[in-house]
Design a protein around this ligand. Structure first.
Ligand code: HEM
Length: 407
């Protein structure tokens, strides 16, 4: 069977540790490297060295330059414990996030054709219904809850069900599997089993769409006769959308809420003026920059970058949180200011792999956060802030739980 990436990887810890006095600031080691140079070399606990890019211009240059490969499965990736795949070893057929052009271009183009304006409009209405249903269930359950299982995990998971066309009857199973796959407290075996179950689930879904096409993205891909995608490609694409769209949005929702609760003036501004929603989402994406040690690339030839030579074969980690706090691009970058408007932050990446789901993510965040504030008056933390368990152990930063209460 092809070696397939797990959805969430707890690596590399030395770049994720942070000063817990401010949970929203980037990890201490990234701060140190940024102060040292825009492109700095550092050694990981596994003994391998990597380049960490913290300069804004250098980060954009890497992400726009196809001499830096995304195919970290077939190339030696210094952060990964396993050796690279051999030339004849199969890799996921449709994992386009790990592909380079022109292989990547073909699948990306097919996907873009499915993210239509009409489909996104219809999804927006469903996002609002899903968000309000979840909040109603929270209120029906009392005046306190853990926001992670009751809101921030199920919202993006149900939106992906809408996108892929998962039947209502199968959604509980889908959500259980994805929750286990993303839960660090689950054992490695449980997580691996959940990942395998997600693959089986997606296989069943693709088979179902072949038989009974509906008006969803997956059916659109299955029945694109010109593209003639294989089942294997379709399953990988479905898993990629889940992997890229679920954990990221879930953590932005929970960490975004936590950040607002810790900045009461900003929270009040957004609650009083929901028109601030678009700008608030952009600023939270910039300020929190939840993907801390990626995007990741492997150099395919020697490249001059920010005064150093990155050699062919070197691994490069773009540090999104540090680039998004570049003082040359944002006045007072350390301050959360929801009124900044849209700024050229790199939270969704840049270049050919720039986030395909960014419009959908923006809709989920804006509706999710504004509905929470509107429908849960007096929303507050239900534990001392220092007790909120942070995901300092995961590539996608956020919180493991967020106990909240309301009036
Ligand atoms: C790619 C961030 C939500 C689907 C990316 C990349 C980033 C990113 C940084 C670039 C990766 C790279 O260059 O290697 C985020 C954040 C999100 C979010 C912060 C939420 C706040 C979503 C959603 C979906 C999605 C909701 C879809 C349902 C994708 C896909 C790619 C991608 C398919 C790969 C695109 C390609 O390789 O061409 N995302 N994303 N993302 N994202 Fe998102």
């Amino acid at each position: 069977a092809p070696r397939t990436p797990t959805i969430s990887r707890p690596l590399p810890p030395e770049l994720l540790e942070r000063d817990l006095r401010c949970p929203f600031d980037p990890p201490a080691e990234l701060r140190r490297l940024h102060a040292e140079a825009p492109v700095a070399r550092t050694r990981l606990a596994n003994g391998n060295e990597v380049w960490v890019v913290t300069g804004y211009d250098e980060a954009r240059a890497v992400l726009a330059d196809t001499r830096f490969s995304s195919d970290s499965f077939r190339r030696a990736d210094a952060t990964r414990p396993e050796p690279p795949l051999g030339p004849d070893e199969p890799r996921g057929d449709g994992m386009f996030i790990f592909m380079d052009p022109p292989e990547h271009t073909r699948l990306r183009r097919l996907l873009i054709g499915q993210f239509t304006v009409r489909r996104m409009r219809a999804l927006e209405e469903r996002v609002r219904e899903i968000a309000t249903d979840l909040i109603t269930a929270m209120r029906d359950g009392g005046d306190r809850a853990d926001l992670v299982p009751s809101f921030s995990l199920p919202l993006p998971s149900l939106v992906i069900c809408e996108l892929l066309g998962v039947d209502y009857a199968d959604r509980a199973e889908f959500q259980d599997r994805t929750a286990v796959a993303l839960n660090l407290n689950a054992s490695d075996t449980e997580r691996a089993e959940a990942s395998a179950a997600i693959y089986r689930f997606m296989q069943g879904l693709v088979a179902q769409k072949r038989e009974h096409p509906a008006d969803d993205l997956l059916s659109g891909l299955v029945h694109d006769t010109e593209a003639a995608l294989t089942d294997r490609e379709l399953v990988d694409i479905a898993v990629t959308l889940l992997g890229a769209g679920h954990e990221t949005t879930a953590n932005m929702l929970a960490l975004g809420t936590y950040a607002l609760l810790e900045h009461p003036d900003q929270l009040a501004a957004l609650r009083d003026d929901p028109e601030l929603g678009d700008s608030a989402v952009e600023e939270l994406l910039r300020y929190l920059s939840i993907i801390h040690t990626g995007p990741k690339r492997v150099a395919t030839e020697d490249v001059e970058l920010g005064g150093v030579t990155v050699a062919a074969g070197d691994t490069v980690l773009v540090s999104v949180p540090e680039t998004n706090r570049d003082a040359g691009h944002w006045p007072e970058p350390e301050r959360l200011d929801l009124s900044r408007g849209r700024t050229p932050h790199l939270a969704f990446g840049h270049g050919v792999h720039q986030c395909l789901g960014q419009q959908l993510a923006r809709v989920e965040l804006k509706i999710g956060l504004t509905e929470l504030l509107a429908r849960l008056p007096g929303l507050r933390l239900d534990v001392p802030a220092a007790e909120v368990p942070l995901r300092t152990d995961m590539i996608v930063f956020g919180v493991h739980a967020l106990p909240v209460a309301w009036d």
